[in-house]
Structures are given as C-alpha cells and as structure tokens.
Design a protein around this ligand. Structure first.
Ligand SMILES: [Zn+2]
Length: 277
C-alpha cells in the first residue's frame, strides 16, 4: 500500500526529539511522500532542512494567515527565492483564518494575494488554509483561477484546499476552479458527517489525504500527537465511505498527490507509470 501525507508540520519542535523515528514509522506504514508546510520564512527554512535530511519529505514555502501580521516584505521576497528550490513542491501554507483572527484581515488578504502571485511565477501549486473565510476565499480564488486559466502553466491543478471543512457543493466549486480537496484524519471522528459527505460526493481523482500533524489525531489516537503514519487511518475511512479496498483508496490518493506536486513516480513501481501529465 502506498500513501502520501499532503500536509504536516513534521519540521516543528514537537518532532525535534524523534523526527527520524516518526519518518521511519511513516515509511513502514507505506508512505512514499510527506509534505512539510512552512508557516513563516524561518519555519519554511526548517521544512526545507527536514526535506534535505529525509528522502520522502518534501517542503512547501509559505506564510500562514496567523503569521501574516509579522511577515515583512523581505520575508515574502525570501520565500519567493526559496520557492525555486526543487525540494519545494508547493506554496503554502497560505490562506485566510477568520476564526482565530490572529492577524488583521486586511493583512491576511494582502499576504495571500502576494503568495498567489509567487505561485504563478514559480509555476507551483498552492496549499490553502481557509477557516470561517469561505465567503471571501471563494471569489478570491475564482478570480485567480480565471487569471491562470484554471491550471498551472504545465497543466497541473492550481492547488489543494487543505483540511477541507466546507460542504460537498463548495468542494465541487473549488474542483471546477482547478483545486483538489484534502481529506484530513479527522474524517475518522464520529461527528465528521459533513466531511464524510464530501468524500462520498467527490470523485476519487480530486481527493488527497493529510494529517496536519501534530494537530488533529484520528479517532484511534485521539488526544495524542498526530503523525504522518496515521494518514493510513484517513485512507481506511475514505475506503469505507467509497466502498473500495483500502489499497485502492491509498493508491489513488497517492497518485493524485504525486501528480499535484509534480513528483516523479519512485523507480521500480509497476503501477501508475506513464500517467504523469
Ligand atoms: Zn497546517
């Protein structure tokens, strides 16, 4: 079984004492890829460092909406430079958070727009955080999608809606605009009926999986630190909802992630070759 955790913070301090063991547990669980997302310029550098130390870890460059107020223009320039690094396969974590409002909304919007421009110039997909900000996010990304012609210049999707929390109708809109939908390990929680509905209604070709480690552990490990290996729990639940074997859910979402991030199929894999766009 092959798995890909499309969103985590394995480069953060929570993993400083056992990062290597965490990566090895992930590998043992079948993970062939883990994306570590930056939330500030400095944090992005940590993500890149983690990616250089562990072959299955890739990095994304971004300023999180919580950190938008602190980000300087020099930071955003630095991120744009970093975005050229081949270990950086996405621009993120970027977005809007009107739930916690840790940065002023105007600043969140400015920093988001600036990073969408970075993604356009780098030709790399975005990883979008959107919390209680749907009314503003949808038109903003729709305008960007129109500007981009609905795809990256090389034909890949524009990005991924991380920790998707809206309904199936919204998921469909984002897909039409050129985005993929990321299903978080919280899909295993008993109250995750809206996310389950999104999984049921969304074709497999638009779904990827994530843990957002160390946050939001799946039901089986609830209350503990989440880690990339637990993305298997999300795969099992998605398989259950879709009525397919877990291997199928894992393989399809993994291929989607590889395609989205432009990562070549690891050598020696029989399936999925010749599918790169
Ligand atoms: Zn995150």
């Amino acid at each position: 079984m092959r798995l890909f955790d499309t969103h985590c913070h394995i480069h953060d301090r929570d993993f400083d004492n056992d990062r290597k063991a965490v990566v090895e547990r992930a590998r043992a669980a079948g993970l062939i890829g883990i994306l570590a997302l930056g939330v500030t310029a400095e944090n992005t550098e940590r993500a890149v460092a983690a990616s250089r130390s562990h072959d299955i870890v890739w990095a994304a460059a971004g300023v999180h909406p919580h950190d938008a107020a602190e980000a300087t223009d020099a930071d955003l320039d630095r991120l744009e430079e970093l975005a050229r690094d081949h270990r950086i396969v996405a621009i993120g974590e970027i977005g809007l958070d009107y739930y916690r409002n840790l940065s002023p909304r105007e600043r969140q919007l400015d920093v988001l727009r600036r990073q969408l421009a970075t993604a356009s110039r780098a030709g790399k997909p975005v990883a979008v955080h959107s919390r209680e900000a749907h009314d503003e996010m949808l038109p903003l990304l729709a305008a960007w999608s129109t500007e981009m012609g609905g795809r990256l210049p090389d034909g890949r999707p524009l990005g991924v809606m991380h920790y998707f929390s809206e309904d199936a109708t919204s998921a469909h809109r984002y897909i039409e605009m050129g985005f993929m939908i990321s299903v978080h390990t919280s899909v295993t929680h008993p109250k995750a009926s809206r996310l389950a509905e999104v999984v049921r209604e969304t074709p497999f070709e638009y779904l990827v999986l994530e843990t957002d480690s160390p946050y939001g552990a799946p039901q089986r490990y609830r209350g503990r630190r989440n880690e990339p290996a637990y993305v298997a729990e999300a795969a099992a639940r998605v398989a259950d909802i879709k009525g397919v074997p877990v291997e199928t859910a894992a393989e399809l979402t993994t291929r989607n992630a590889l395609r989205l991030f432009g990562i070549a199929e690891p050598a020696g894999v029989g399936q999925g070759q010749g599918e790169a766009e």
